[in-house]
Write a protein of this length. Structure first.
Length: 349
């Protein structure tokens, strides 16, 4: 039995799972999203160059990916520290920080933030989407990728001794590329050896989550210890959602706080409102999936921080939980979603 068994691995070391408390399973505290810059609508170039003004806040919410500066969350460590203190005050205990190789994971900063704020921070191992894979990564065998991921969990990542406590977010595009497929297989192999939690970023197509589960399963992955992220922008049909839920992964609604009319990465997608997200959670609870739901905000741009008029990391605890209760999700079920399900997922087998 490994020393990890029955424990959760934070950036400050192993903790007992009962210490986690309320947990956001998909956030970023420091990262860059430059890989996903999207040019502004014609005529809006000037706003995009100087967006952090009161009169541009609405524009920024609608076009968060069209302003280079907005994509540099790593410049906001001070604001994030204040946010984490507010998160604790609001009753939060833990944050899973999903930044992986390709979007500037910064483990020393995560460790310092955890020390400064008392929030448990769990870091992610592995690789983001193909467009961020280096040529060297693309050339690696599944075995080599597996060794690297295992080492990031057992020994530390990016030349530090700071250890990751989950694998992911593992990035995939649609269609899934050859390099991403290798990373998914390596993820499953590493999970088999470590008994650890996994979290996946699916491509923007309703069939992507099931295809990912198929690849992981074929490589021996444990789907019951895997979170499928971003379902709120990926599966919209109730029937398709239930079909996917039957496959047994955790079902993550993690874009709480995001309001966007035109989702630039897939204009077919109508990004839901928070009310529609809560409705989807209530539907899944009614269908018996309260043991499988997890939630978060996936903050990855500056405009979503309270410093810039955004909702911050406490939005779910402050605003969404009361709405969940109003829509028929019981306190016991809310506690499962915020405490029990993340705890169960994050505990090493
Ligand atoms: C950091 C990250 O991958 N966020 C997801 C953004 S998306 O628009 O939902 O894909």
């Amino acid at each position: 039995m490994s020393e990890l068994s029955g424990k959760v691995q934070t950036v400050l070391g192993l903790v007992d799972p009962d210490q986690l408390g309320r947990t956001m399973t998909h956030e970023h505290l420091t990262m860059t999203f430059e890989c996903c810059y999207f040019p502004p609508p014609p005529g809006d170039e000037e706003v995009a160059e100087n967006p952090f003004q009161m009169q541009h806040m609405h524009w920024l919410r609608q076009n968060p990916y069209s302003c280079h500066e907005n994509l540099l969350l790593q410049q906001e460590t001070g604001a994030v520290r204040d946010e984490l203190l507010a998160y604790r005050k609001a009753g939060g205990g833990t944050i899973v920080e999903n930044t992986t190789t390709g979007i500037d994971r910064d483990l020393p900063t995560l460790k310092q933030l955890a020390k400064d704020t008392g929030v448990h921070v769990i870091a992610g191992a592995g690789y983001y989407v193909d467009s961020t894979h280096t040529e060297a990564t693309k050339r690696m065998s599944v075995e080599k990728l597996t060794d690297i991921i295992i080492s990031e969990v057992l020994h530390g990542a990016d030349g530090t001794d700071i250890r990751c406590g989950v694998i992911g977010e593992i990035g995939t595009s649609w269609p899934i590329t050859e390099s991403e497929t290798k990373v998914l297989r390596a993820t499953a192999h590493a999970q088999t050896q470590l008994g650890c939690p996994v979290i996946i970023h699916p491509g923007r197509n309703p069939t992507a989550p099931a295809e990912i589960v198929r690849i992981l399963q074929e490589a021996g992955g444990d789907i019951s210890k895997t979170v499928m992220s971003h379902l709120d922008r990926t599966i919209f049909d109730d029937g398709e959602l239930l079909e996917f839920a039957k496959l047994g992964s955790y079902l993550e609604y993690d874009l709480f706080g995001t309001e966007m009319l035109n989702y630039p990465y897939n204009l077919e997608v109508d990004m839901p409102s928070d009310s529609q997200r809560v409705k989807a959670l209530a539907f899944l609870v009614k269908e018996g999936y309260d043991d499988k739901i997890v939630v978060a905000h996936d903050i990855h741009t500056k405009n979503r921080l309270t410093k810039y008029g955004g909702h911050g990391y406490s939005h779910i605890l402050k605003n969404i939980v009361p709405k969940m209760l109003m829509r028929g999700i019981s306190q016991n079920q809310v506690d499962k979603i915020l405490i029990d399900n993340p705890k169960c997922w994050l505990t090493f087998k």
